[in-house]
Write a protein that binds this ligand. Structure first.
Ligand code: ZN
Length: 165
């Protein structure tokens, strides 16, 4: 028995489809409300960051806690079955994230990770974002990260962020 009308069904399908992108959309509209200008999905940057704020030399990744393994988060559960399938998959994702973030920092970008679970408290997230974006902190999360000067031909086409210019 089909208990939904055609319109109801297509409404439901639309909600299901848009669910994937909604955390990223929430972060975008939050940043927009806060007055930040940004660009989306710069394909020329390592890891194709979800949101790029050129003026602040900052990139934002919106990460799902489960796939990207948010440390200490209750959503970062490991499925009990087929661990031989899941564990290497998680391992690859975490490794790739770390590599991309290191590459971005070397290019002079400040890297901000927003975890999906942080969207539950928009006020808190707003505080953290403005702190991260507006603070006079060094571009690098970790001072021990070595900054490798880029040869001119290695520079990304749109410039590698504020401190490289
Ligand atoms: Zn989380």
């Amino acid at each position: 028995m089909d208990t939904f009308s055609k319109t109801e069904r297509s409404d439901i399908m639309r909600k299901v489809r848009s669910k994937d992108t909604s955390p990223e959309r929430k972060v975008r509209s939050l940043l927009h409300r806060m007055g930040f200008r940004f660009r989306l999905h710069r394909k020329d940057l390592p890891g194709n960051p979800d949101i790029v704020l050129p003026k602040h030399s900052a990139v934002v990744f919106v990460h799902g806690c489960f796939w990207h393994r948010h440390p200490g988060c209750s959503r970062t559960r490991t499925p009990a079955s087929r661990r031989e399938y899941w564990l290497p998959k998680f391992d690859r994702t975490v490794r790739r994230d770390a590599d991309n973030q290191a590459a971005l920092r070397r290019l002079g970008w400040k890297v901000i990770i927003v975890w999906e679970c942080e969207l539950r408290d928009a006020e808190d997230l707003e505080k953290r974002l403005s702190q991260a974006l507006l603070s006079g902190d060094a571009w690098y999360e970790n001072d021990s990260v070595e900054v490798i000067p880029l040869a001119a031909e290695d520079r990304p086409p749109y410039g590698g962020g504020g401190n490289a210019e």
